[in-house]
Ligand binder design. Structure first.
Ligand SMILES: C[S@@+](CC[C@H](N)C(=O)[O-])C[C@H]1O[C@@H](n2cnc3c(N)ncnc32)[C@H](O)[C@@H]1O
Length: 216
């Protein structure tokens, strides 16, 4: 039997009290997302955001791309950890959520590090490839139906030492439920198999809903 403890919110608070505390605007954004009801689950977990902050600070990551801004929690975490020249380009098709995200970016005084785009992720990726853009870190957290396409396109945008991180790959544990026949579970399982078969280096970080972390 493997030994993994269950990390509840109290333990998360303990972890933060022994490392570095959340930024006040991160706390405010978490509270705001809580007020949204069931869609609050779209936000990456606090520990996942914290992990992104750790790798950005320790790997000299400057240039980031994100698919799936939502209300800005993951974007904000990334922006707060970038050095003064660091940038994050974040894409989402939802105009209203983008307005909210921008309010929080402004409050946290990181708007200068963030460029948002309201568009379909696939179209944006095609254009970024055409413009020969390159990124040190790419976070894929948009619609799960298109994960394979986002993944393949993102690889073309990744710097040699870059990290490609994909969220929700454990799908609340449903990936091992053989009775789960719904479309999204099947899509995630197909995506995970696709990554498994790729020649990339890979690691699964089982926090939040699971990060697949890949590098060349
Ligand atoms: C899981 S949420 C992102 C959560 C965000 N990373 C966070 O931590 O708060 C997924 C987002 O992807 C966006 N999305 C879904 N399909 C999309 C598409 N085809 N192109 C661009 N954005 C899309 C949704 O509008 C939603 O805001």
């Amino acid at each position: 039997m493997d030994k993994n403890i269950n990390i509840d919110l109290k333990l998360v608070e303990y972890i933060f009290s022994h490392t570095s505390n959340l930024h006040p605007i991160q706390k405010e954004l978490i509270k705001y997302n809580e007020s949204l009801g069931h869609i609050k689950r779209l936000q990456i977990s606090i520990l996942q955001a914290n992990f992104l902050q750790f790798i950005i600070k320790t790997r000299n990551i400057n240039n980031c791309l994100e698919l799936g801004t939502f209300t800005g929690y993951s974007t904000l975490a990334i922006a707060l950890s970038l050095n003064k020249n660091g940038k994050i380009y974040t894409i989402d098709k939802d105009k209203e959520k983008n307005k909210i995200a921008k309010i929080f970016f402004k409050k946290a005084k990181v708007s200068n590090k963030i460029k948002t785009e309201i568009s379909n992720a696939n179209d944006a990726l095609v254009r970024l490839i055409k413009n020969k853009k390159k990124y040190d870190l790419i976070l894929i957290d948009a619609d799960k139906e298109n994960y394979i396409s986002y993944f393949e396109k993102s690889l073309k945008l990744l710097n040699q030492n870059g990290l490609l991180i994909v969220d929700n790959i454990l799908w609340k544990g449903e990936v091992i439920n053989n009775n789960a026949k719904d479309k999204l579970t099947q899509k995630i399982k197909k995506f995970n198999l696709h990554v498994k078969k790729s020649k990339l280096n890979k690691y699964i970080l089982p926090i939040g809903d699971g990060f697949y972390i890949c590098w060349k």
